[in-house]
Ligand binder design. Structure first.
Ligand SMILES: C[S@@+](CC[C@H](N)C(=O)[O-])C[C@H]1O[C@@H](n2cnc3c(N)ncnc32)[C@H](O)[C@@H]1O
Length: 319
């Protein structure tokens, strides 16, 4: 697991972890199951502590672009309400510590906000992220302080991933949260894949995945955070998860872990009644997916990612 003393032991996030939360949680931070429940108190508390280090991942984004819910965030200046979405830092923490070798190079073709870069840096990884939005990159850079950076500063590149990813360093882990088609449009730039119709989007998205996969070393994992989403015009759901799996498989990676990320309900509770009645029985979305792929041999990949020693098994232990 991560080694930064600010996060573990007596460090900043340390006090959140009670003396024992059960064998699996103590070893792996969360039990290695296919459902990650981000609604749990422990998860939310850890998320707040991460964000409280000074991460403002929504900075640089248009107001109210919500992949997640607005949330109360504790900073050194007190509590503030984040109105726009932030990538969940606990998702980044789990993905890095479970599937990337210590100190490894993380390549992120759709970097968005600062969370994935800052969490990587604090945990001692080297992060390379690309985003088309200059404003976003500037906002991310502005958040680099001694508390938000570790040994290696995150490196953000402004440009089209289609051009930039082939110039990325060779990666130990590919990690991203791409635009979900045109569900949210990030910029007016014609190269922004969130401006494209689904068929064109998929073609370009697939090419970027292919270019990123070519930068991934052999015997390495990749994790991709995606969700199926409802087309605003037709009201039907795009199989974006399935399409993403097929695009990774087309470039030689194998689909290895499927995780349901149960997200906080937030404002959905207020919208659910209207959405279900007037929206002709549409249910509100409460989950995303973390898709994990392997390039090469999984045993060789895992060998380089150490786990904490296994404690003695006692029958009375809960997980
Ligand atoms: C889903 S958003 C990232 C949201 C993410 N949850 C976060 O951490 O903020 C995807 C990002 O992809 C970027 N993007 C879209 N097309 C791109 C392209 N061709 N090259 C690089 N970045 C692109 C957008 O500017 C946007 O910031």
């Amino acid at each position: 697991m991560g080694t930064d003393p600010r996060l573990y032991g007596d460090g900043l996030l340390g006090p959140v972890v009670p003396p024992s939360r059960g064998r699996l949680t103590d070893q792996f931070l969360m039990p290695p199951f296919s459902v990650w429940d981000a609604k749990q108190g422990f998860w939310q508390e850890r998320k707040r502590l991460w964000l409280g280090l000074g991460i403002q991942s929504e900075a640089g984004r248009k107001e109210k672009m919500t992949y997640n819910i607005p949330m109360r965030v504790q900073t050194k200046m007190g509590w503030r309400i984040s109105q726009t979405s932030v990538f969940d830092p606990v998702v980044a923490e789990l993905c890095y510590t479970w599937w990337c070798r210590p100190g490894g190079i993380i390549v992120d073709p759709f970097a968005g906000g600062s969370v994935r870069g800052i969490v990587a840096s604090i945990l001692g990884y080297r992060y390379w992220g690309c985003d088309l939005a200059a404003e976003q990159i500037a906002a991310n850079q502005a958040q680099l302080t001694p508390t938000t950076t570790g040994r290696y500063h995150p490196h953000w590149v402004c440009g089209d991933s289609w051009d930039e990813v082939p110039k990325a360093p060779l990666a130990d882990f590919l990690f991203s949260c791409p635009p979900y088609g045109n569900l949210e449009q990030y910029t007016d730039n014609a190269r922004d894949i969130s401006t494209m119709d689904y068929a064109v989007f998929l073609a370009r998205y697939g090419e970027i995945i292919g270019r990123a996969a070519a930068r991934l070393r052999d015997n390495r994992f990749s994790a991709w955070v995606v969700a199926n989403y409802r087309d605003k015009r037709t009201g039907v759901i795009h199989d974006f998860v399935g399409d993403t799996i097929r695009l990774f498989e087309a470039v030689g990676l194998r689909f290895y872990n499927e995780i349901i990320l149960a997200t906080a309900i937030g404002t959905s509770a207020m919208r659910a009644n209207g959405t279900f009645r007037r929206g002709a029985r549409k249910v509100c979305k409460g989950h995303q997916q973390v898709l994990v792929f392997i390039k090469g041999d999984e045993a060789a990949a895992a060998e380089d990612i150490p786990l904490p020693p296994q404690p003695d098994v006692r029958p009375q232990d809960k997980w």
